[in-house]
Design a protein around this ligand. Structure first.
Ligand code: ADP
Ligand code: MG
Ligand code: ZN
Length: 632
């Protein structure tokens, strides 16, 4: 990748030179004379003793030139103690003046003694006076210049460490270039960007065909899905300079600086075409104007946005500069930014699907020593909804887990460990559970697991654990067989029954329920509610959609909006209650049929803490079979 115009050192040296020079000028090295400073009374005495040949007076001080060497006057020899160190003859001494005194003793003494006196306004040479003005001005200007120019080269070269962090304006992908092969699981987005790479590589061909290449591309997607990575990959593939600027970094800076940086960035980019200009987190400046947010504090953002719009419009359409921006909040962007000619093409970078997740795991694992038992597909199945950044984190955690046990390669168990850590939080070692509590958790989790194992429509049970972790005391992990996009009513019911299985098991074994199921209840209720109000799965309320989501579903930022009358809303509540009760009854009945199995599963969990779904099933089935044989 071509390096553009890095000459920061010269500036910082010049700057330091000026600083030193300024310090010297102010400290008086270039100032009055090399005269020794003496106390005022001593100066008066010297004059009265007739030892002064001539004097020079300014507004600030008096310099006395002493008479050349000669026999000391008689007076002084009488009281030598008053002059412990008589100045050498011919020397010059200096003393200050007493301000605001009409008849200054020293001046009067000089005049009475008939010393040749010369007076001038100031002893400082004109050029030093000029420097006093020029140096600070130059210094301030340099500071600003440096700040505007990305800390004069960025990094260590900046003139002041202070401004360094703020002034990293654009990096030209100085880091290792990123390629498309480093980005996985976002194939549609990649496909769209391939064209851009092609254009950057062979602009002439596109122009000859009269093709209109999009000027501005907005990458839209949830955090951590690889938007920044993709933008860098486009630059890496096209082998062009990459100017990137994070909008959130300069909104809090001095007014005017954000706009100046935008201007600067675009100037630089024009010079380096073909190239890519990337504005990350553009929503930080590109928020809609108006509304409550438009009060005084947002002046800076407003200016920056104005500048950005101006630059977007002022671009020579023939320049081979591609503008890219990324946001995870497209809904807040100022519509002006999205108008034709600006960021008019949007590329969605969504969370990866199952295959995509596996591919991303593979990308991040490709340089690591993965054991032969590692099954990235299985890891991908356990991570629905995760974005690229989360998956990168899982791989990293797995590597750390391997390192902790001093292994030489990363095994599947390390991945399991990493998944538990990331999804469930760290083990809570300190937590003290009473034996009674542990038993309750074991029964509860066994209930979830056995209901899931009994229902063919439920997702298979991967693992059951009663290791206390940050977010839960126990957990039943189910892993879908494959990525699901459509769920049937039976499948949804199965989910709800599995969620209610924990509570049902507690009731069966301990008689009374506990607080342990509150999360389960919340999720079960939400599913049943959706079945009734949105999926038309209620015989009583029929097909109408009774609520809808408003907001940005892609980002999971939605709010429910009711589309029905108050009366219907009440009916919904009743229906939710009835449906939950019915499903709870069915889950409980399932468990009642295998009480012994439930007990045995809970015992096994208490003993071993973690069981696979298959192990748990075997334990439960054996116990149930024994019980039936005994009863028969
Ligand atoms: P965003 O800008 O969308 O918030 P980033 O591009 O900053 O996300 O992603 C952060 C990190 O997560 C990347 O540096 C990369 O290591 C990893 N990552 C994210 N998405 C992907 C992906 N699709 N493929 C590979 N790695 C990814
Ligand atoms: Mg980003
Ligand atoms: Zn539960």
């Amino acid at each position: 990748m071509p390096e553009v115009n890095p000459k920061p050192r010269a500036w910082s040296w010049l700057f330091y030179a000026f600083l030193i020079f300024a310090a010297l000028a102010f400290s008086g090295v270039f100032g009055p004379t090399g005269a020794r400073t003496v106390p005022y009374d001593e100066a008066v005495r010297l004059v009265e003793q007739g030892r002064v040949e001539s004097a020079s007076i300014t507004a600030d001080d008096v310099v006395l030139r002493l008479k050349p060497e000669g026999p000391p006057p008689a007076e002084t020899s009488k009281k030598p103690s008053l002059l412990p160190t008589p100045p050498p003859k011919g020397e010059e001494v200096r003393t200050g003046r007493i301000p605001g005194v009409e008849q200054e003793p020293l001046v009067s003494a000089l005049l009475t003694k008939d010393v040749a006196v010369d007076a001038q306004p100031s002893r400082t040479p004109f050029w030093v006076m000029a420097l006093w003005w020029i140096v600070p001005l130059v210094a301030i200007n340099l500071l600003f210049f440096a700040a505007f120019r990305r800390g004069a080269g960025g990094g260590v070269g900046g003139p002041l460490g202070l401004t360094r962090a703020k002034t990293r304006l654009y990096d030209r992908a100085a880091r290792e270039p990123v390629h498309f092969s480093d980005v996985a699981g976002v194939d549609e987005a990649k496909d769209e960007l391939v064209e851009v790479v092609d254009f950057l590589k062979r602009p002439a061909r596109y122009r000859a065909l009269g093709g209109r290449i999009p000027r501005g591309i907005l990458l839209v997607g949830p955090p951590g899905t690889g938007k920044t990575l993709l933008a860098r990959a486009v630059a890496g593939e096209a082998e062009v300079p990459f100017f990137s600027l994070n909008a959130s970094e300069f909104v809090e800076m001095f007014v005017g600086l954000g706009a100046a940086r935008v201007r600067d960035l675009f100037n630089e980019a024009r010079k380096s075409a073909p190239c890519i200009v990337f504005i990350d987190e553009i929503d930080a400046v590109g928020r809609s104007r108006g509304g409550l947010g438009a009060l005084a504090t947002h002046d800076e953002r407003e200016q920056t946005l104005q500048q950005l719009l101006a630059e977007l419009d002022g671009f020579d359409p023939r320049a081979t500069v591609i503008l890219m921006a990324a946001t995870n909040r497209p809904e807040v962007l100022d519509p002006a930014l999205l108008r034709p000619g600006r960021f008019d093409r949007q590329v969605i970078v969504d969370r990866p699907d199952l295959a995509g997740r596996e591919a991303i795991l593979a990308v991040h694992g490709r340089r690591l020593p993965l054991g032969s038992d590692v099954n990235l597909g299985a890891v991908a199945r356990r991570t629905p909804g995760m974005a690229g950044a989360d998956l990168a984190n899982i791989v990293n955690e797995a590597a750390l887990a391997a390192a902790r046990r001093s292994g030489t390669e990363i095994t599947q168990a390390d991945f399991e460990d990493a998944l538990d850590r990331v999804q469930l939080g760290l083990r809570r070692r300190g937590i003290m559970m009473t034996p009674g509590e542990r038993r309750r958790v074991a029964v509860h989790e066994s209930g979830h697991a056995l209901v899931a194992l009994a229902l063919p429509e439920a997702d298979p049970v991967e693992r059951v654990s009663i290791v206390a972790r940050a977010v839960s005391l126990g957990v039943t992990i189910q892993v879908p067989r494959d990525e699901r996009h459509v769920l049937t009513e039976t499948e949804l019911e199965a989910r709800v029954m599995v969620l209610l299985g924990g509570r049902a098991a507690e009731e069966l074994c301990d008689g009374s329920p506990s607080t342990g199921a509150h999360d389960d209840l919340g999720r079960a209720t939400a599913i049943v509610r959706e079945m009734i109000t949105r999926f038309g799965m209620s015989r009583r309320l029929g097909l109408p959609a009774l609520t809808r989501n408003v907001g940005a579903p892609l980002l999971g930022l939605t709010q429910e909006e009711r589309l029905c009358s108050d009366e219907t809303a009440r009916e919904i509540d009743e229906e939710v209650r009835d449906r939950l009760a019915e499903l709870f009854g069915r889950a409980r009945a399932l468990l009642e049929g295998q009480r012994a199995g439930l007990q045995a599963a809970a015992e096994a969990l208490l003993e071993r803490e973690t069981l696979t779904g298959a192990e748990l099933k075997r334990v439960a089935d054996e116990a149930t079979a024994r019980e039936r044989a005994g009863a028969a």
